[in-house]
Design a protein around this ligand. Structure first.
Ligand code: ADP
Length: 400
């Protein structure tokens, strides 16, 4: 009984992986798309077998979980004999507010907190709770564990998480910095401590999680000192469609000129900015922007250069925050695959004694040391694995 089902529910999607914790191997994984919308689709993947696709209706998440379990025990495409083989279920949950700084076994109190955080994570928390309740209904009696994306950021000191706005907003509404991508930052920084042989209690690590959504974290001995996302994932780096840091007065200025309200403006900052906005609508995808930059597109060049420049600025700031850094780690879609991006970021870090080995930096998607033996700071590529991180936390809490 060492198999753990990991579930990541979105408002109309459900991603899953069944992981055998004996050897941390993925037995099956898949995706339910367009739940509650026309054209629902379940794609189930097992290594060595053709993908199994089920196009029947997925009216809600409950039905989606039932179809996933059916695929997992299917005589043809299944990987287990019976649902009883699943020991526990780990759920990705976006927001745990200030209540949870660690993963926790779900009970009524936990569900209440997830519900109380609906306004902090309006797109994700309701879907995450639906996923938990669907799993509870489909597998009664099995432990469900909530793994919060905000948990890692709870390690920040008060002076790091407090916005310089009237204190009453923190007290009344919990307006503070929380940080996101916490499961990834915790996993990757923990792996970096081991991989680079750093002091497990004192090792200073900066993780650059660079994907569609991007964030940087600084941690000492695995405790988060600072991280670039804030009350919401909008703060920090330039992302695919998010602006990251801007002067808040920009909001009022554009609202007044364009005669739009603040909700519309926030939608623009979340969905139409970043690479997409800076490139004049060209693309939110790093590969497209890199290609256009090479072809001489000026706006793409500015977007790409600004994005790398901002990562470098955060690394500089976080090195100061920790009074030093032992390892800088790149992860997620861009961090794991784009050697040029990594090299350009590191070109700002000569003053720290960072030296990249161009041969090693050709690596993609695998764990490797990117820096030269003489580099004063180790630079690493460590692929993130949020599903495995969720499964490990679930195993630890449920002793299965
Ligand atoms: P998400 O935040 O959606 O999980 P990912 O971590 O999958 O995002 O990262 C997606 C980003 O990674 C995209 O901008 C994509 O262009 C970029 N990316 C993926 N592969 C490459 C590659 N080979 N070269 C450059 N960028 C890449």
């Amino acid at each position: 009984m060492s198999k753990i089902l990991v579930i990541n529910c979105g408002s109309s999607s459900l991603k899953y992986q069944l992981i055998d914790m004996e050897n941390e191997s993925v037995l099956a994984k898949g995706l339910c798309e367009r739940i509650g919308i026309d054209g629902s689709l379940l794609t189930h993947k097992v290594d060595g077998k053709p993908d199994y696709v089920d196009e029947s209706d997925l009216p809600n998440h409950q039905v989606a979980v039932e179809k996933v379990l059916k695929a997992l025990v299917d005589p043809e495409v299944g990987v287990i004999q019976s649902v009883d083989e699943i020991a526990a279920i780990g759920h990705r949950v976006l927001h745990g507010g200030t209540k949870y700084s660690d993963s926790i076994i779900v009970n009524d109190d936990v569900k209440k907190v997830i519900r109380e955080c609906f306004d902090l994570g309006p797109l994700h928390n309701p879907a995450n709770l639906i996923g938990i309740e669907a799993a509870e209904a489909a597998m009664p009696g099995k432990p469900n564990v909530a793994v919060f994306d905000t948990a890692f950021g709870m390690g920040m000191d008060e002076y790091a998480y407090t916005y310089a706005i009237p204190h009453e907003y923190l007290e009344k509404y919990g307006v503070r910095r929380y940080g996101f991508h916490g499961t990834s930052h915790k996993f990757v920084s923990g792996e970096a401590l081991k991989f680079a042989n750093l002091d497990p209690k004192k090792g200073k690590v900066i993780v650059c999680h660079l994907g569609n959504g991007s964030s940087v974290s600084a941690s000492i001995g695995g405790r988060c000192v600072d991280t670039s996302m804030g009350l919401t994932p909008l703060e920090g780096l330039i992302m695919g469609t998010r602006s990251g840091d801007i002067d808040p007065a920009v909001v009022q200025f554009i609202c007044n000129h364009e005669k739009i309200d603040v909700n519309e403006m926030l939608n623009i900052l979340n969905k139409k900015s970043g690479y997409l906005g800076m490139s004049g609508g060209l693309s939110s995808d790093n590969r497209d922007i890199a290609k256009a930059q090479k072809e001489g597109n000026h706006l793409a060049d500015v977007a790409m250069t600004a994005s790398r420049y901002r990562v470098a600025k955060y690394i500089g700031a976080y090195t100061a925050a920790m009074n030093g850094v032992d390892a800088i780690v790149f992860t997620a879609g861009i961090g794991e695959n784009d050697g040029e991006f990594r090299a350009e970021v590191c070109s700002y870090l000569g003053y720290l004694g960072v030296e990249i080995d161009p041969e090693a930096n050709k690596a993609r998607g695998k764990r490797v040391v990117l820096s030269t033996p003489g580099s004063k700071v180790k630079v690493l590529l460590i692929p993130t694995n949020e599903e495995l991180a969720i499964a490990r936390e679930t195993k630890e809490l449920t002793n299965c």
